[in-house]
Design a protein around this ligand. Sequence first.
Ligand code: SF4
Ligand code: MG
Length: 313
Amino acid sequence: MNTLLEAETIEKRYRLGSGRVLQAVAGVSLRVGAGEALALVGESGCGKSTLGRALLGLTPIDAGAIRFEGQDIARLSARQMRPVRARMQMVFQDSYASLNPRRNAGEALAEPLRIHKRAGVTERVRELLDWVGLPQSALARYPHEFSGGQRQRLNIARAIALDPVLLVADEPVSALDVSVQAQIINLFRELQERLGLACVFISHDLAVVRQMADRIAVMYLGVIVEEGDGLAVMAAPAHPYTRALLDAVPRPDRPLPPPLIGDVPSPISPPPGCRFHTRCPIAQARCREEVPLLRDIGAGRRVACHFPLTNVL
Ligand code: SF4
Ligand code: MG
């Protein structure tokens, strides 16, 4: 598969008022292939939103490199970044976040096309509505006149207006009813296949990404702990944290899932050794001292654990 985006040991720190430092992303390397659906999964506060924004150059990084279509985007000027920006777009959890309440859907869709001086705006706007399954009558409606699901369709239409090759969607269905969630996930899947879009789908919910991920990367406290083929990871997770996330997904045959024990430690002072050792059911002495590196265990699977649950080879 052709590599579209490649992140290399990227780090992102936030300086807090007290002089303390929160390391949101602590050395993440990640590759997104052209047309690929990658799910970035983890609990809230694990750094996945920061990573998602960093991948698109929306937040500056402290170390590492991000190459998009071969260009190091951290080194591009605002002007050089503009054509690149059109090729990578973001969809947010809050469907109101990127919509102006005083602009109707037609204006919202035409805006990026006009800014980038595209021809045939009217036809393109109509086509975009079709793509996302909104009726033409939606053109004259304002953001507050849509349901949450319809508004997210409008955001997706806006995000694909300039024919991007990469979409980063940060919890795009978390605010929606479960029945609507499935429809929006199907829409992502459909657009991804029909337009050949690569999609980084950020979610705290493994049940949500199950349907759509070619590949899964699991994050914990700023690092990736497991990465691999979507179905294979779901069927046989190698990292105890992935196992715990999967066990937390409710199933008809197991109405009360066991909760993950304990809270996520603070990213201001992450535990030494393996960051997951304070919550890991199989932690041993070595885990408290030695950082497990993300290593290849075969079949495209990478895992950061001294005692992985599965040997893929
Ligand atoms: Fe658990 Fe140790 Fe693996 Fe960390 S390295 S996940 S503590 S077994
Ligand atoms: Mg988030």
